[in-house]
Design a protein around this ligand. Structure first.
Ligand SMILES: NC(=O)c1ccc[n+]([C@@H]2O[C@H](COP(=O)([O-])OP(=O)(O)OC[C@H]3O[C@@H](n4cnc5c(N)ncnc54)[C@H](O)[C@@H]3O)[C@@H](O)[C@H]2O)c1
Length: 369
């Protein structure tokens, strides 16, 4: 098995799980960490026994094959383009960029240089979602005709001490924040989306911070906080998608899929685990048929990209998939704004399934299984 050198740029909250999980994946070796706050890089480097440095120094290293971009969303494009210019493959946390136009700069630069671009989420590669995918591909619900994708919360100000960015600026709102998980999961199950329509509302003009030193302070709401729409897939399936920060409680499953012969209940697309339920003549919990369904395997998409580079095959959590998911979300918001249906500008692609069975750290493609 080929091991590729990983250089992490961005040593904040999410970097811990990637640094920890690298040990699970023999395809990956973290060889350097960087941050614009050098002390943050030094802290993570010391905790994980990896050299710490500034971004330029990391990009100049010959032993780094892939730059793992874990910076804040506003820096994803700048850092990603710099890494591609330095001849490195890039794997980014979500969102790929703040807009489709910006994301295209990354996909174009990677294509022009013959480098790989990958992007979270990679939860659709987890055991639960690959089990659902295998059931769909085996025809267990017949031809998929419809479904629902539901993310409804009361709002992050109830727990987050600085929730401002969820309510104003690029990437704000429930759709841009959580939509990548739900849209990517549905594209994995059904293939690309062709057209969308939506309506949107803002439940409140301000939000009151509930915890931390700013408790009681109000933050302005500048984006819609309840977006309800329909995604028309190229296959013809119609999926309702609702994302909201205006709902106190509900009883919908995160994802439901309906077909000519049955139905599927699919667990949280922000997780790798959970139980899939299939209705044929009654509801039955399904055994998880694929690896990586019993924990948090963030980094699985990066490991698949490293294996894809080594094996000369496409990787699954790709820039093209992330660009398509962003196009779906941007188009839903554009439809809500204009009051008309919006046809997507990206073709999208359904990632190849993983093979059943296998064990942690091994990427079982249909060819290698
Ligand atoms: N925290 C989570 O639970 C979580 C979950 C899913 C996805 N993500 C995604 O992961 C990414 C990072 O999130 P986080 O929570 O770790 O953020 P964070 O703010 O904790 O960390 C980001 C780090 O990037 C550094 N940084 C910012 N701009 C930089 C630049 N231009 N060059 C070098 N370093 C730079 C910052 O100094 C900071 O240390 C985001 O895209 C976020 O959407 C986070």
């Amino acid at each position: 098995m080929t091991t590729l050198g990983i250089g992490i740029v961005g040593c904040g909250v999410i970097s811990d799980i990637y640094l920890k999980n690298a040990a699970l994946f023999p395809q990956l070796e973290v060889r350097a960490v960087a941050d614009q706050r050098l002390e943050a890089a030094r802290e993570k480097g010391a905790a994980h026994g990896v050299p710490a440095m500034g971004t330029v120094a990391l990009l100049n290293r010959d032993d780094i094959d892939i730059v793992l971009n874990l910076t804040v969303p506003a820096a994803h494009v700048e850092v990603g383009l710099a890494a591609l210019a330095a001849g490195k493959h890039v794997y980014s946390e979500k969102p790929l960029a703040g807009s489709v136009a910006e994301a295209r700069q990354l996909t174009d630069a990677a294509a022009a240089r013959g480098l790989r671009l990958g992007c979270a989420p990679d939860t659709f590669l987890g055991g639960a979602h690959q089990t659902a995918r295998a059931l769909v591909d085996a025809g267990r619900i017949g031809r998929p005709t419809a479904g629902t994708a539901t993310l409804m919360l009361a709002g992050h100000e109830r727990w987050h001490p600085n929730p401002d960015f969820y309510y104003a600026g690029a990437g704000a709102g429930p759709l841009m924040d959580m939509g990548p998980y739900y849209v990517t999961a549905m594209v994995n199950l059904l293939g690309p989306v062709s057209r969308v329509t939506a309506m949107a509302a803002r439940g409140r003009e301000t939000r009151t911070i509930a915890t931390g030193p700013r408790a009681g302070e109000e933050v302005p709401v500048e984006v819609p906080t309840h977006i309800t729409g329909v995604m028309e897939f190229a296959s013809g399936a119609l999926v309702q998608i609702v994302t909201s920060f205006d709902v106190r409680a509900h009883r919908h499953m995160p994802l439901e899929l309906y077909g000519t012969e049955g139905s599927l209940l699919i667990p949280d697309p922000n997780r790798f685990d959970g139980t899939v339920e299939l209705f044929g003549s009654d509801w039955q919990a399904q055994e998880t048929s694929h690896a990586h369904g019993d924990g948090n395997y963030r980094g699985l998409g990066l490991a698949d990209m490293a294996a894809g580079i080594a094996e000369g095959r496409p990787h699954r959590a790709s820039g093209a998939l992330a660009l398509h998911a962003l196009d779906v979300m941007e188009s839903l918001l554009a439809s809500a704004e204009s009051g008309t249906a919006v046809t997507l500008s990206t073709p999208g692609e359904r990632p190849a399934p993983l093979a059943p069975g296998g064990h942690t750290g091994r990427i079982e493609t249909m060819e290698t299984a």
